[in-house]
Ligand binder design. Structure first.
Ligand code: ADP
Length: 218
């Protein structure tokens, strides 16, 4: 496994969890915060720590921010510091910036100022939990990022025929990666494989497209 280099900015609950987990998984993690007690708390659980104000672009350049594979801006409550840090990270040459947003408005601003990926942990986790509670069979827990899902969809009378005729890729934007009929499983099914009611389709696609297919079958 190639070791990746991560810079985690902001050591609240979210940033600490991200930083220490990446380190436990064997990657290089530099963790920064403007408060000494936060830096000291994670010091023995990451590769390096630094205490600095991350809105300061020059300080980020001096850290060699352009050499990290991913920079995670995990500042939540202080929206201004979060946005300024995201801007500073991009201007200082960060390759890929993931920023945490506390609400939808902040998400939009972060996307506008150049964040490559914006996560909303509370919101995203809420959506996931809700889906899990009502669809225990879907396995959208497989981590494909926040926008994609793999799900099991049970075919109803509305989804019957050959895969070619069903044309799910064009109609819903999903790919069928496996078909289950009773205990028989067909991996990478072919266009002329036939789906009948009660079969299980294992599909991959954007959350939206998977949702659309599930709603259609219900
Ligand atoms: P969480 O909700 O995940 O606990 P918080 O927003 O409470 O996140 O924590 C954010 C962390 O980011 C805090 O530890 C805070 O000290 C740190 N932080 C805030 N602003 C800056 C900044 N300009 N530079 C560096 N660290 C910062």
């Amino acid at each position: 496994m190639r070791k990746h280099q991560f810079l985690v900015i902001g050591l609240g609950r979210f940033g600490t969890a991200v930083a220490t987990t990446l380190y436990q998984l064997g990657h290089e993690v530099v963790a920064i915060d403007e408060h000494e007690e936060n830096v000291q708390r994670v010091m023995n659980h990451v590769t390096h720590v630094a205490m600095l104000d991350a809105t300061d672009e020059r300080a980020l350049s001096a850290l060699g921010i352009q050499d990290f594979d991913v920079v995670i801006v995990a500042i939540g409550a202080d929206v201004k510091a979060n946005i300024l840090t995201t801007v500073a990270a991009k201007s200082a040459g960060a390759k890929y910036v993931v920023s945490k947003a506390v609400d939808d408005m902040t998400r939009r601003v972060l996307e506008k100022v150049g964040a490559d990926l914006v996560v909303r942990p509370e919101h995203d986790m809420g959506v996931r939990l809700a889906r899990k509670l009502v669809r225990p069979h879907s396995f959208d827990d497989i981590d494909l990022g926040t926008d994609y899902a793999i799900a099991e969809v049970t075919a109803t009378g509305r989804i019957e025929g050959t895969l070619k005729d069903l044309n799910l890729t064009n109609r819903f934007g999903v790919q069928v990666i496996a078909l289950k009929t009773g205990s028989q499983v067909r991996i990478s099914p072919k266009a002329d494989d036939r789906v009948v009611a009660h079969d299980t389709l294992v599909v991959v696609g954007t959350l939206e497209s998977v949702e659309r297919l599930i709603s259609y079958t219900e």
